[in-house]
Design a binder for this molecule. Structure first.
Ligand SMILES: Cc1cc2nc3c(=O)[nH]c(=O)nc-3n(C[C@H](O)[C@H](O)[C@H](O)COP(=O)(O)OP(=O)(O)OC[C@H]3O[C@@H](n4cnc5c(N)ncnc54)[C@H](O)[C@@H]3O)c2cc1C
Length: 404
């Protein structure tokens, strides 16, 4: 087994690291003080710089203005970008736009691609993904209340969604709604493009999450769909194919999150080590002389290394054998890396003491935002259940999934 990274990839990673070091990290102080919306002009300039460097949209094909990186190369790049909460946005590969681009690329009609994908891939507009509902368990996405009923040449959408990330400032949403209520659970919903200026698309509120309602891309919204009428031509993929498309999107999406989290882990780890080396708890006695801190450092190093190997192995399996074959690996990395991330952030905050809770370091913001890692794109317990059920099947025990 060869763990070496090819020279061309190493050189490419260094180009990303340089822009991160010189252009992205210096903006973090401003980001801690100002809202995302206030930062937009600065971020626009940053994105122009990234494009001029030829590093825009690493995950998108070259025909669409991206770099056309392979999945495993993108994994390495994504870790570099995950070092800062601004990294993925700056380089045009932030969730949920990256996932929406993938869906549009694969299932969009020519007209949909021209109208939505072109400006999205260029970073001229943003989009959101509207699936989770306040009144239904998001961990069982086959059980939705929102409906899209055909009236002539239109769908009329009714329902309520929440945690639609980045809806504030988005040009369109991709909405999951039930179009075929009598079909089997996995074939009931469809994905439909809804421009956010459509009458009946009502932005209810930016939800206050961990004490912060955020703004623009850095926010999560509640949306009411009230007789919201869009043409049938806005259907993405086949009618009733919403869940199937969501699965295709969420598989790579989960790995993308894990790749980003590795970068976030490295950031928290380096801050923890710096603090342990410099903060004296008595004259001449830095924190790092204490065994508990040493144990946190050693455990964190081992956990990040293990997490990285699991992520790269899952990405390799997706490349070689496809998403379906890699389901178990994807579920394992999703809960394992999310757990490592939360533990390392907690240790890093603890090592900083009161300073760790202030916004003088990026740790408090990372801690607030990344707690969600164990919940979105499938809570830990659901992924663990997927893995355990597949294993138990090999021992003759068939256990039903969510909702059975
Ligand atoms: C920051 C953030 C961003 C998000 N962005 C989006 C977005 O852009 N678009 C979107 O549509 N949604 C988004 N979501 C919603 C997310 O996908 C859901 O929160 C997630 O699917 C869980 O659904 P739920 O919150 O309804 O929890 P529930 O389904 O009610 O589950 C609650 C808890 O029950 C436990 N549980 C669930 N199932 C099982 C089981 N089988 N066995 C044991 N325990 C179980 C888990 O601990 C789980 O956390 C986001 C969420 C967060 C926090």
């Amino acid at each position: 087994m060869d763990f070496a990274i090819p020279e061309t990839t190493t050189a490419l990673l260094e180009r990303f690291r340089r822009v991160m070091r010189e252009q992205v990290l210096p903006l973090e102080r401003e980001f801690a003080i100002h809202s995302f919306k206030e930062m937009l002009p600065t971020l626009r300039e940053l994105r122009a710089h990234v494009k001029a460097e030829g590093l825009w949209a690493p995950q998108m094909p070259k025909d669409w203005g991206g770099m056309g990186l392979e999945f495993r190369e993108h994994a390495l790049v994504s870790e570099v970008l995950g070092f800062s909460p601004l990294g993925h946005y700056a380089f045009g590969c932030q969730a949920p736009d990256a996932g929406n681009m993938e869906i549009l690329l694969q299932y969009g009609t020519d007209e949909q691609k021209q109208r939505w994908l072109e400006p999205l891939a260029a970073g001229e507009i943003r989009s959101c993904f509207s699936m989770t509902e306040p009144e239904r368990a998001g961990s069982n996405p086959t059980w939705l209340e929102t409906t899209a009923v055909r009236h002539g040449q239109d769908y009329v959408i009714n329902g309520r969604k929440w945690f639609t990330t980045g809806a504030d400032g988005s040009t369109f949403a991709i909405v999951m709604a039930v179009t075929n209520p009598d079909a089997p659970p996995y074939a009931r919903a469809s994905q439909i493009i809804v421009p956010t200026d459509t009458p009946g698309f009502r932005h209810v509120r930016r939800i206050s999450v961990m004490g912060d309602e955020g703004s623009d891309y850095a926010s999560h919204s509640e949306i009411a769909y009230e007789n919201c009428r869009v043409p049938i031509a806005n259907l993405l993929g086949p009618e009733g194919g919403g869940f199937m498309i969501a699965q295709e999107r969420l598989g790579p999406g989960r790995i993308h999150h894990c790749m980003r989290w590795l970068g976030t882990c490295e950031r928290a780890f380096s801050l923890m080590c710096e603090r342990a080396a410099k903060r004296e708890i008595a004259p001449g006695k830095p924190l790092g002389t204490r065994q508990t801190i040493q144990e946190w450092i050693a455990d964190s190093r081992a956990e990040i290394n293990a997490a990285r190997l699991m992520v790269h192995h899952a990405a390799w399996k997706i490349d070689k054998e496809g998403l379906y074959a890699a389901r178990e690996e994807i579920s394992c990395v999703k809960f394992y890396v999310a757990g490592v991330l939360c533990r390392i952030l907690d240790r890093a905050v603890q090592t900083h003491g009161a300073l760790g809770l202030t916004d003088d370091t990026p740790l408090a913001a990372l801690f607030r935002h990344e707690r969600a890692a164990r919940i979105y794109d499938g809570p830990d317990e659901v992924h663990k259940s997927v893995v355990a059920r597949r294993i138990l099947k090999q021992y003759g025990l068939e256990v039903g999934g969510q909702g059975q």
